[in-house]
Ligand binder design. Structure first.
Ligand code: FCB
Length: 345
């Protein structure tokens, strides 16, 4: 099958990435281009939405295997826009070509790279924490181990998806809540289009509506203590049934999920609100600010104060927020727990 040319906007974007990557390489190791950081091992994806495009070219600086054996905390949706990639699902390898989409749930293995016989693999990706209401749409018919796959359709569909992926990336670099909401809005459209395209009625029993109600109840009441018993009563389940269903479907306990939502909310508030950290802790439901800082650090790798001082006020200094929330040193793309050199197969 011919590989349809990537949409023009994509090529322009990729040209600029390739230029920046060559600057990064020619600089003597110390150069940090924060916008390129997510493309390299060592970048810490936090609870926020992060999106980008990875233009892998044979022998180029990004031509290495992306390897995260324990997956990530959030979801990833991956769209091939040029060339071909090869993805390992934990048991088997499969190929993706232009227009194909792969959905990686949290914790699912990431082990992928350019297909050996392809000259390039350009893929767009979005790392995200879904809104509670999306849960039923995040399962597709074709499962590959823990991953879900949708095969490319007509060119129109690809260009619509390509545009939406690019928009999510563009909105998500801005440092204000409304931009983040717009990014989430575009992403919601992607999630809906894909769910519709998949035409899969969620198999009976796969996702219980009561779980959705439970998620909504939790997010509406983040600011106050909640017990599993109270949530269970609200959705007419026994506490043990709710706990079991939740963990079985979402891969973590309901209280853990609640904690993730609290930290995600805290990140947003720290970026836009000047309130003292103690107050933000209380606003997102932590009575004890010290405990809040501990949990916050566990998720993001830094304290709320450091997070805010590094990113939260950048707009007041007239800068655009392009730095990832958790700043990391960019190691060279060589062997690590995350990446490993390409092996010939
Ligand atoms: C980038 C990869 C991309 C995706 C994101 C989350 O480094 O190039 O495929 O995994 O990380």
């Amino acid at each position: 099958m011919d590989d349809p040319a990537a949409p023009t906007t994509t090529s322009v974007e990729v040209d600029s990435i390739i230029r920046r990557l060559s600057l990064l390489r020619s600089a003597d190791g110390g150069a940090v281009d924060p916008e390129m950081a997510p493309l390299f091992p060592g970048y810490r994806f936090d609870t926020r939405l992060v999106a980008g495009i990875t233009p892998i070219e044979r022998g180029g600086p990004l031509d290495f295997q992306i390897f995260r054996p324990d997956g990530m905390r959030g979801w990833i949706v991956n769209l091939t826009v040029r060339g071909a990639g090869e993805i390992f699902d934990g048991e088997d390898r499969f190929r993706v070509e232009t227009g194909d989409l792969v959905l990686f749930p949290p914790g699912a293995i990431h082990d992928y790279g350019r297909a050996g016989d392809a000259d390039a693999w350009w893929h767009r990706w979005i790392y995200f924490q879904p809104r509670a209401s999306w849960s039923t749409w995040l399962t597709w018919k074709e499962a590959r181990g823990p991953l879900f796959v949708q095969r490319g359709g007509e060119a129109r569909r690809l260009s619509e998806l390509d545009r939406l992926f690019a928009e999510v990336a563009a909105w998500s670099v801005n440092n204000d809540l409304l931009s983040m909401e717009l990014a989430m809005n575009d992403l919601e459209r992607i999630v809906l289009l894909l769910a519709r395209n998949d035409r899969s009625e969620v198999p009976a029993g796969r996702f219980d509506e009561r779980l959705l109600m439970a998620c909504k109840f939790v997010t509406d009441n983040l600011h106050r203590p909640l017990s599993v018993a109270e949530i269970a009563q609200k959705v007419c389940l026994s506490p043990s049934r709710l706990a079991h269903l939740f963990t079985q479907t979402l891969g973590r306990s309901i209280l853990k999920w609640r904690e993730e939502q609290m930290i995600q909310f805290a990140c947003q508030l720290l970026l836009v609100s000047p309130s003292p950290i103690k107050q933000i802790a209380a606003q997102v439901g932590f009575e004890d600010p010290l405990y809040f800082s501990r949990v916050f650090r566990r998720y993001t790798g830094c304290s709320p104060r450091a997070f805010r001082s590094e990113h939260g006020r950048s707009h007041e200094r007239g800068e655009t927020w392009t730095v990832p929330p958790v700043r990391t040193v960019i190691p060279q793309p060589t062997a690590s727990a995350y990446s490993r050199p390409r092996t010939t197969s």
